[in-house]
Design a protein around this ligand. Structure first.
Ligand code: HEC
Ligand code: HEC
Ligand code: HEC
Ligand code: HEC
Ligand code: HEC
Length: 428
């Protein structure tokens, strides 16, 4: 008996030692950020000179001749990738680590420091010196025109035949998803176990059905348009520079079809009715939601009485379930792949007397949780209000004898979809 106890104690000690050792190893090797360093993320795009025929690298200088494109870009989140208050708050949380800038202000011209090396290859041990050519106003332009279009004094673009006051060169990447890859295929690091990567929109697209249908990211995010691409130039087929995503409720609505059906045509007093809410990803070329792991969808049923009290409820959270500490481990993912659906069913017995009860059904999209949002306000200097919850669908059903219901049909078919169709309905 005594021997057994001491053996158990010894085993426990060894186990604790092993666990402690592993934890220590993880904590020393753990990345200070939630993603890994691929070679192209380690470096800013090298310093770019101003092409001939253009006054400066700034978007405004391009806008002199490319007015409509400039106006569109200006409304996009790419233009706000640095000033974005959520970026600024999270960046403060991450102690202003340099690496964020390589995607949020990707040109060397936009960065105050030049990183020449990493001691021991570690993200948090950069070797750096001040950048003498740092342009603070260009920094505030985030993903500016030049980040995609300017290399080695030449303006790269999708055409081969433009006659411009600046040097131009055709670059096939503009007609493919490659131009989005660097920033939208964010990889994981050691001891980070994601399904795919922290912001893996590109990988989700590659694995999904849209690629084979001839789509690229631009099909949906930069809708086709015929117009002069420069003031006074010929009409061409180009693309609007909109890049709408999670911050635009209309864009999120384009991704989602919602249907609500009951198992009976008419509500009967004293009888239980069951409703099924079906969410279908009918319009996104990747997971819904995608990108930033903070994003989620919430679907809710609530029975509310005349005084506004909630008597019964059920909800479904559509998101990635990630353990963030001590290692990053994605243990579940309930997001909706293209053309797939998620169901949420709810049952309730309709009262015999009309008690003024209502069934509320709601689907909302969240940029981040209320808790995370408040933490950014409390601890990381978020002062402006950022809209971060959008209602996408709402329905109210009186729980009363005789109320007519939509009946459960076969599963709703997601809209068929072809690249031409998406151009026509102006997704952006
Ligand atoms: C003084 C006017 C002017 C300025 C300033 C200007 N452009 Fe242009 N750009 C043009 C004209 C004109 C064309 C050719 C239009 C055509 O052929 O349809 C053009 C063509 C282009 C093309 C298409 C190239 C191709 O062959 O695919 C791109 C991309 C472009 N410009 C980007 C920019 C960017 C980025 C800036 C700022 C750094 C800029 N332009 C500044 C007038 C200008
Ligand atoms: C995130 C990368 C990116 C940024 C930032 C960007 N563009 Fe583009 N641009 C593209 C892509 C992709 C195309 C190719 C569209 C197509 O296939 O017609 C393009 C095409 C163009 C064209 C050719 C006309 C057309 O519609 O195809 C012009 C001109 C142009 N961009 C100017 C600008 C200007 C000016 C800015 C800044 C105000 C800017 N771009 C910012 C990616 C970008
Ligand atoms: C240089 C890096 C970079 C490139 C290249 C780039 N993006 Fe982005 N993109 C970003 C960053 C960073 C954000 C988020 C900015 C923020 O919210 O602060 C973003 C945001 C977006 C959003 C909106 C997300 C939202 O929250 O609303 C869409 C859509 C998008 N990008 C599509 C594209 C497409 C399509 C391409 C290729 C044509 C592309 N991006 C190329 C870095 C990039
Ligand atoms: C079939 C149309 C379609 C295609 C193709 C498509 N998207 Fe989207 N994308 C959408 C819709 C609709 C949304 C809004 C719903 C959502 O957030 O999932 C969206 C959302 C996004 C967001 C917002 C994420 C956030 O955090 O708010 C990003 C970033 C994005 N797409 C990037 C891309 C990239 C990069 C590609 C190509 C690899 C691509 N998309 C291909 C339709 C498309
Ligand atoms: C490899 C490119 C890349 C790097 C490096 C990067 N980001 Fe981003 N970031 C993106 C892209 C792309 C998006 C937007 C689309 C999405 O949701 O995936 C984004 C979105 C964000 C958002 C959401 C903004 C919003 O308005 O909702 C925050 C916050 C953010 N990044 C903070 C950071 C911080 C802090 C760092 C450094 C620790 C960082 N990012 C490094 C590519 C990058």
């Amino acid at each position: 008996m005594r021997r057994l106890t001491s053996r158990t104690a010894l085993l426990a000690l060894v186990a604790a030692g092993v666990v402690g050792g592993l934890l220590l190893l993880v904590l020393t090797l753990k990345s200070p950020v939630i993603f890994g360093l691929r070679d192209d993320i380690k470096h800013a795009i090298p310093h770019q000179a101003v092409p001939e025929g253009v006054a400066s690298l700034s978007a405004e200088a391009c806008g002199v001749c490319h007015r409509e494109i400039y106006d569109e870009w200006k409304t996009s989140i790419h233009a706000q990738a640095y000033d974005d208050p959520l970026f600024q708050a999270y960046w403060r949380k991450d102690k202003h680590i340099w690496v964020c800038l390589n995607c949020h202000t990707p040109l060397q011209n936009q960065q105050p420091e030049v990183i020449t090396d990493l001691r021991g290859g570690r993200i948090n041990r950069p070797v750096s010196h001040p950048n003498p050519a740092f342009d603070p106003s260009l920094q505030r332009e985030g993903i500016t025109c030049a980040a995609c279009h300017v290399r080695d004094g030449v303006i790269l673009g999708p055409f081969g035949d433009s006659v411009a006051p600046h040097p131009t060169r055709y670059d096939p990447r503009f007609r493919s998803t490659e131009i989005c890859y660097t920033c939208h295929a964010v990889p994981s690091d050691r001891f980070q176990f994601y399904n795919g990567g922290p912001c893996a929109t590109f990988m989700e697209f590659e694995a999904g059905p849209y690629k084979a249908k001839g789509y690229i990211c631009q099909t949906c995010h930069m809708p086709e348009v015929e117009r002069p691409i420069a003031e006074g130039g010929p009409v061409r087929k180009g693309r609007r520079h909109l890049w709408r995503g999670g911050h635009d409720p209309d864009q999120v609505k384009r991704a989602l079809s919602v249907s609500l059906a009951a198992d009976q045509a008419e509500l009967k007093a004293g009888k239980k009715a069951t409703w099924t809410l079906t969410l279908t990803n009918s319009g996104a070329g990747h997971m819904l939601p995608t990108g930033d792991p903070d994003r989620y969808l919430q679907a809710e049923f609530e029975v509310v009485d005349a005084a506004g009290r909630v008597l019964s409820s059920r909800s479904l959270t559509v998101k990635r379930w990630i353990l963030w500490w001590p290692v990053i481990y994605e243990y579940d993912d309930t997001r909706i792949p293209p053309f797939e659906s998620r169901d949420l069913a709810f049952s309730y017995a309709v009262p015999r007397r009309d008690e003024g009860l209502t069934l509320h059904v709601r689907v909302s999209y969240h940029i981040l949780t209320e808790r995370a949002y408040q933490r950014l306000q409390r601890k990381y200097g978020l002062t402006v209000e950022v809209p971060h919850v959008f209602t996408l669908y709402e329905e109210q059903v009186p729980l009363r004898e005789g109320t007519v219901q939509r009946q459960a049909a076969a599963r709703p078919t997601p809209p068929r979809c072809a690249p031409e169709q998406t151009h026509a309905d102006e997704t952006g």
